[in-house]
Design a protein around this ligand. Structure first.
Ligand SMILES: *Cc1c(COP(=O)(O)O)cnc(C)c1O
Length: 361
């Protein structure tokens, strides 16, 4: 028997389950399982990727100054308060490594994003799942679960996989109520899908105990390049930079992200199409008897009569060339999470779900 064993907690980590992908030959298959932008990246990002191809023998920037300045200019922030990571996943991991270890607790909501638990365990800390209120973040429940062991609280707003969000006053009440030595992390992966929403940036500006994470993987259509960022007090940014690899982001990733920020029209178009089709699909499914909470993101969480019906519908859609997401591992076995695709994809989902429901009548 091999005597080499991992640290405590590592073997408690269940492997992250990514959304299924079609085989490359499956031309007519649509992937709606990972909340990707159905319209792809902006043409400006694609041009930037091509432009930088010949220079990849050179190491990339280590401080990401240009991208940080573009992010700061675009969102009205200060570049000194920004850190860039290999997806926001890496920022989540930095936060856990830096602030939580053995004996510490990391709070996330009942149906919170899987990476919070994984990163907490990897850091040796104890993840604590706090009950939601009908799939909405419950501020009082979180405050009730806080103790002097709590080092981090992760809230995705809007949340994945529920799609729900809570308002600024509730988030502020949470920030006001948490213990002094605890950092509240607002995960804004879907912030771009909400109009007139800063993802919590203004709250970060007001307080040292709030941090925000953002990503280029969803609205900007750059999931394959792995770019995310965090926004916090200089004190926190300085701590995180100490554990960040010096060349964590590639030249190509930095260039693509930078260019994505300059294509405001593209973001606007994608946001509007998403909102229009999301409302259409949730209404259309509701008319078939499948309810979902009001979603503020680029997906909806459809609720079925039970786990069996949800699993059967997943299979039916899959056979019909539509890959959606099963969320039993999020303790939502009676639900399917469906990314809002383009118009043709949404119509196909509607008609396939209708056929499924007729088939089980
Ligand atoms: C998709 C997603 C992320 C983004 O992860 P990246 O590492 O930036 O691709 C972060 N948080 C939540 C809640 C998400 O759904």
């Amino acid at each position: 028997m091999l005597k080499i064993e991992p640290k405590k907690g590592i073997l408690d980590i269940a492997l992250y389950q990514a959304g299924s992908s079609p085989r490359p030959a499956d031309q007519n298959v649509i992937k709606l399982s990972s909340n990707e932008n159905p319209y792809g990246p902006s043409k400006k990002s694609i041009d930037a990727i091509k432009r930088h191809a010949a220079g990849v023998h050179l190491y990339p920037s280590t401080n990401h100054l240009e991208l940080r300045q573009s992010i700061a200019a675009r969102f009205g922030l200060s570049d000194e308060n920004i850190i860039c990571g290999v997806g926001s996943d890496e920022i989540i991991s930095f936060l856990c490594q830096a602030f939580a270890g053995p004996g510490d607790e990391v709070i996330h909501t009942e149906h919170g994003f899987a990476m919070y638990r994984i990163s907490a365990l990897a850091a040796g800390a104890q993840p604590v799942a706090v009950q939601e209120n009908n799939r909405h973040t419950d501020v009082d429940a979180i405050l009730g679960a806080c103790s002097n062991k709590t080092k981090l609280i992760f809230i995705a707003n809007p949340n994945n996989p529920t799609g729900t969000m809570i308002d600024a006053a509730e988030i502020q009440r949470l920030a006001d109520g948490i213990p002094e030595n605890c950092l509240l992390v607002l995960d804004g992966a879907y912030a771009e899908y909400v109009s007139n929403f800063d993802g919590g940036a203004s709250l970060v500006q007001d307080r040292e105990n709030v941090f925000m994470t953002r990503t280029f993987s969803k609205m900007y259509g750059l999931g394959g390049l792995r770019i995310g960022w965090g926004y916090g007090s200089k004190h926190i940014i300085d701590i995180l930079n100490r554990i960040r690899g010096p060349f964590n982001l590639s030249t190509i990733a930095l260039a693509a992200a930078n260019s994505a920020l300059s294509d405001l029209n593209y973001v606007k178009k994608c946001r509007n199409e998403n909102a229009r089709l999301r409302d259409w699909l949730s209404n259309a499914l509701s008319n078939l008897g499948l309810e979902s909470d009001k979603s503020d993101a680029n997906f909806i969480l459809a609720r079925f009569k039970g786990a069996e019906e949800a699993a059967a519908c997943y299979k039916f859609l899959y056979a019909d060339g539509l890959i959606v997401r099963q969320v039993a591992n999020y303790n939502l076995p009676n639900c399917l999470r469906i990314t809002i695709g383009d118009e043709a994809a949404c119509k196909r989902v509607h008609s396939s779900v209708r056929s499924f429901l007729e088939s089980i009548k």
